[in-house]
Design a protein around this ligand. Structure first.
Ligand code: HEM
Length: 293
């Protein structure tokens, strides 16, 4: 497991800061990316590379594509583009702030900071609705198997594909719902986290039951709540050895197959959606050989 950015497999930290960068098209990104390898260790700082940056480098990463925006009945799942994503993990807000400044300085002027989101853990890994998030995540060897690419060759094995979406919750509406309806929206009981067998097919965990897909659609979720003056919600983060499982889940949530959309869309909606390739690690450093860096 030494070839994967370790932060992907580790439990969600107490605090995090997400940085999204765009590439300044007139600038060559090579030296900035080389310097980033001295600053981002893959454990405290996880790095993802977007398709536009791979193309700017004249390379190809098999399986990396653009986030597929979706539309369902009254549902919009946007696709947004960024060339670089950093997930700064920690437990000290001051240290995260200083690390973010260092990353931004290191990448400048080839990359421009597009967006920054601060995230945190709520209770014992709860979503802001109060439901435990991550219960059915694969663990140990299985997590590695689900999240990490194998058999692709040097510079690719140990890599991972991550889907990142910022969701904005309508907490006023959610709180106005009777407790039973809240539970049916998720498909689990808030108290005790027990799965509700008789929940409707629109319940989130019925839509996304990973074993109900052919092939099974396992992903490694590492989502964290966010809140600021504009609102509050979840930064949904899912790692996979490819994007296939995530896409199958998302399509079913939107109701592409059977017209039944996920009840979750009544209480929250995504405002961004991007895909990144998380390069592997070699001798304790990010391995950017596949990018020619
Ligand atoms: C704001 C957005 C979301 C919230 C609040 C949310 C919340 C939850 C909660 C509370 C659970 C139950 C506990 C658990 O197993 O973790 C769950 C399960 C799950 N969610 Fe989400 N989720 C969100 C978005 C998504 C998206 C976009 C996907 C994938 C496209 C997804 C995939 C899953 C999967 C695969 C499970 C486990 C299902 C199973 O196998 O039992 N979720 N989610």
């Amino acid at each position: 497991m030494k070839d994967v950015q370790h932060g992907i497999l580790m439990p969600v930290p107490r605090l995090a800061r997400y940085l999204l960068f765009s590439h300044v098209s007139s600038a060559k990104p090579h030296s900035a990316l080389r310097s980033l390898c001295d600053v981002a260790d893959g454990e405290n700082t996880v790095v993802g590379i977007g398709l536009s940056l791979v193309l700017a480098l004249g390379r190809h990463i098999e399986g990396l594509r653009v986030f597929p925006g979706q539309v369902g009945a009254g549902i919009e799942v946007p696709s947004t583009v960024s060339s670089l994503w950093c997930w700064l993990r920690g437990d000290d807000r001051g240290e995260l702030m200083h690390r973010a400044r260092l990353v931004e300085r290191t990448l400048s002027p080839a990359f421009r900071l597009q967006k920054m989101v601060d995230a945190f853990q709520y209770g014992a890994s709860l979503d802001l609705t109060g439901y435990e998030d991550g219960t059915e995540n694969p663990k140990g060897e299985k997590a590695y198997e689900v999240a990490v690419a194998r058999g692709q060759g040097e510079g690719l094995d140990g890599g991972s594909f991550v889907a990142v979406q910022q969701w904005v919750h309508d907490l006023d509406y959610f709180e106005s719902m009777p407790a039973a309806e809240q539970d049916y929206t998720i498909g689990r009981r808030k108290r005790g986290n027990e799965e509700i067998e008789e929940a409707p097919p629109s319940a989130h965990v019925k839509r996304t039951a990973q074993e109900s897909f052919e092939p099974n659609a396992f992903i490694l979720r590492r989502s964290m709540p966010w809140a600021d003056e504009t609102g509050a919600g979840l930064v949904f983060v899912a790692f996979g050895k490819s994007f296939d499982a995530f896409e199958a889940l998302l399509r079913r949530m939107v109701g592409v197959e059977d017209g039944i959309s996920d009840a979750l869309f009544k209480i929250t909606h995504p405002v961004s959606g991007s895909y990144f390739w998380c390069p592997p690690v070699r001798n304790g450093k990010l391995d950017l050989r596949a990018l020619g860096v």
